[in-house]
Design a protein around this ligand. Structure first.
Ligand code: T1G
Length: 693
């Protein structure tokens, strides 16, 4: 049973017990109704307390149930709340730790609510592309007022319970033992009548029409491709414009509409995808981890500095090793400047600034970092350089230290072979800017120890990264897929597109930045260096030469003041370059390619399906453990639009048979070899299945 029932004196206690967060799945909802029935039938029971076992009062409806008939099976959450609210004995919600979504809606159906401080109170449904669907949009405004309720529902942001202590949401804040406090409170109000019902409170807000119109305009401007935020405004508006029951009906209609949208399915996919990524089938979740009380980073450049900041931000002291004092001083100064800028924006207190800057120190000797629990090298992307560094690390680092490489493409097994402790070697591929981008690719070498993996995953959570485990291959997950994306981008230039046309098409699809603007930002020389290596290692793979011609012109991007686009000094705005466009047109002529008009649809299909197809190869080779891992890589590391759910999820929404059909069409064009469907993709398409099940 997923809720326990016991009677304490003359108070019945119903304790939700559905780990991990007391999700209000069907069995829990049934158990609450059963408990209510018992309490109402027991003449000795004068009052009822509902509370949650473990680490939550309740995290809300069981999202895992959404795509199953159970979600709508009686007793629905509406029914449960109506039973509670319709009880002729007082029901007290005893709230702690987490009270969110349907959990808060259940509490709002109770006659009274008591809480301990520090509980996260939220209606976060909007973050899943839906809205509170069990009365939250109608009851929360009745206890918090229109404005505060609207803000909480449109943002989905949790508010600590103590901040709401003086509102009608809580009747009492409990110090000490919550259950004891709730039982005492229940004893006090057991005979109080009439029973207070939130639904009976009237929402007052002078000139609410103007406020609601302002809210509509503001929310419309900030919600991008997501329909839910604006629907939240309309639902909350009903709490003041409609009778309660009409408001509930209206809310229900909006909820049913939103839960079926692709945007909501994509957000739910990302919610579970982020959590699934931290699970490694052959590494039990209770694998003991190594203590990480100090860190070291080799290289004080952009990457090294950003990586060091991640540790300092998580309260972990970190030493940066550089070979030259000047480089070290420059790196530390850059970090300090970064924190100063954050503080100027009001996003960092002086105290935090001092703490973080104080946690980052520098050293010029390898011996200086020998006692660190983990060392991350962020040196030049060249195997020879990595070899020197790891041989030295093998000499100086204490036993049990984790030796991590920030390599973005190189063979982690080969790097591990430079040491006598390959089991302690792992790839930790950060994405620039390393202190900002959420993605951390954790590259598992053949010999990487399980506890090293478990430790690195736990560390990724501590430094607020989305850790995704990758096997060893050229480019791991993200950069291996981006190679196919970039190949198609180059071919499109040769066949008729300009850089801005390609960028605009994918940015309209939702990418944060198109491939050419991204190249100018990251530096076109980085890709050039990698392609030169690949021309030698994989001569059979064709590439467009446009990117090489650009680099031969010295146009590396913003850092050289010119790239695919022209730039004005001090201005990061990209301006189409006639010189580059002429180079491209001439290159097409040299190739004998007749340029043609290419649609945005073809641009998006060729770039995104190239990602999905390579992702299918990565899946079948076991480089990625699951399709949602690949989606998490692209959502958190490559600016793939969240409302599309990631390349694999997007391919599923298009339908894999349609993807294969489009690929067959492109296979008839230039470089058709790039469009051979991965066997896994062909198989799933033939079976009418998707990558994500
Ligand atoms: N349903 C199902 N599983 C959930 C869940 C939920 N609501 N919330 C968390 N989990 C799982 C999660 O997948 C993970 O599983 C484990 O719990 C720990 O999660 C009608 C319709 C509650 C603040 O949006 O924000 O109510 O990976 O790692 O960091 O209006 O989870 O271990 O197998 O995040 O301590 C609205 C979403 C639902 C809350 C806890 N509620 N959850 O954070 O643990 S819709 C939410 C969270 C709704 C009603 C509507 C957080 C948390 P596993 P975790 P945490």
């Amino acid at each position: 049973m997923t809720a326990e029932y016991q009677v304490n004196g003359n108070v019945a206690v119903i304790t939700l017990n559905n780990p991990p967060v007391n999700g209000l799945g069907h069995s829990t909802r049934s158990a609450i109704v059963e408990g209510m029935k018992k309490a109402l039938d027991d003449a000795a029971v004068k009052a009822i307390v509902i509370t949650g076992a473990g680490k939550a009062f309740s995290g809300g409806a069981d999202i895992k149930e959404f795509n199953s008939p159970k979600a709508m099976a009686e007793p629905t959450l509406h029914t449960v709340i109506n039973v509670v609210e319709g009880s002729d004995k007082p029901v007290v919600a005893a709230i702690h730790t987490v009270c969110m979504g349907g959990g808060l809606e259940l509490a709002l159906g109770c006659h009274y609510r008591v809480a301990t401080a520090g509980a996260q109170i939220a209606l976060p449904e909007v973050k899943l592309g839906i809205l509170p669907g069990a009365g939250g949009t109608q009851r929360l405004p009745r206890v918090l007022g229109l404005e505060m309720a609207l803000n909480m529902i449109v943002s989905g942001t949790p508010v600590p319970s103590e901040k709401l202590a003086k509102t009608a949401l809580f009747n009492e804040m409990i110090e000490g033992d919550l259950l004891a406090g709730a039982l005492a409170f229940a004893g006090k109000i057991a005979d109080a009548r009439p029973l207070p019902r939130v639904r009976d409170i009237k929402v007052n807000y002078p000139n609410y029409e103007a406020f609601l119109q302002f809210s509509r305009n503001t929310v419309k401007a900030m919600s991008g491709p997501f329909p839910a935020p604006l629907k939240c405004v309309e639902a909350v508006a009903a709490s003041i414009t409609k009778k309660f029951d009409d408001g509930i009906k209206f809310e229900r209609e909006l909820f049913v509409e939103l839960v079926q949208t692709t945007e909501s399915k994509a957000l739910r996919h990302a919610f579970f995808g982020e959590r699934a990524a931290s699970k490694i089938p052959d590494v039990p979740e209770d694998t003991p981890t190594r203590a990480i009380k100090s860190a070291a980073v080799i290289g004080a450049g952009t990457m090294g500095g950003g990586i060091a900041m991640n540790f300092a931000n998580a309260g972990i002291p970190v030493q940066i090793l550089e070979m030259k004092q000047e480089a070290l001083d420059k790196g530390l100064a850059t970090i300090r400047k970064n924190y100063e800028n954050t503080m100027k924006k009001g996003k960092l207190t002086q105290e935090k600034f001092d703490q973080r800057v104080g946690l980052i120190t520098g050293t010029l000797s390898y011996e200086g970092i020998g006692q660190a629990d983990i060392v991350v090298e962020a040196v030049f992307e060249d195997m020879g350089v990595k070899e020197q560094v790891f041989k030295k690390l093998d000499e100086v680092m204490k036993p049990g230290a984790i030796l991590a490489s920030n390599t973005s493409t190189l063979d982690v097994d080969q790097i591990a072979s430079f040491t006598k402790r390959p089991e302690d070697v792992v790839g930790t591929h950060f994405f620039s800017p390393a202190n900002v981008m959420k993605l951390l690719e954790i590259v598992r070498g053949k010999k990487t120890a399980k506890d090293v993996l478990a430790t690195t995953l736990a560390l990724s959570k501590k430094i607020k990264k989305t850790g995704v485990v990758s096997g060893v291959c050229d480019g791991f997950i993200g950069n291996r897929m981006i190679e196919q994306y970039s190949r198609q981008a180059g071919f499109l230039l040769e066949e008729g597109c300009t850089p801005e046309q390609v960028d605009k098409a994918v940015e309209k699809f939702g990418f944060a930045m198109g491939p050419f603007r991204m190249g100018d930002l990251a530096g076109n020389d980085i890709g050039w260096y990698i392609r030169k290596r690949r021309y030698v290692e994989k001569p059979q793979i064709s590439y467009s030469k446009t990117a090489d011609l650009l680099c031969e012109m010295g146009r590396f991007g913003q850092k050289t003041g010119a790239g695919w686009y022209d730039y004005k000094p001090g201005d990061r705005k990209p301006y189409p370059s006639q010189l580059v466009n002429d180079m491209i047109i001439k290159h097409s002529a040299d190739l004998g390619v007749e340029r043609r008009k290419i649609s945005d649809q073809e641009i998006v299909e060729r770039l995104v399906f190239a990602l999905a197809n390579e992702g299918a190869y990565i899946l079948e080779e076991g480089i990625a453990m699951r399709a949602s891992d690949i989606d998490m890589v692209y959502l958190t590391g490559y600016g793939f639009p969240l409302h599309r759910g990631g390349p694999m999820f997007y391919a599923d929404t298009v339908g894999l048979p349609n993807v294969v059909m489009a690929m067959d069409k492109y296979a008839k064009g230039r470089h058709g070899d790039a469009w051979k469907p991965a066997p896994l993709l062909a198989k799933l398409a033939a079976e009418g299945k998707g990558f994500n099940g």
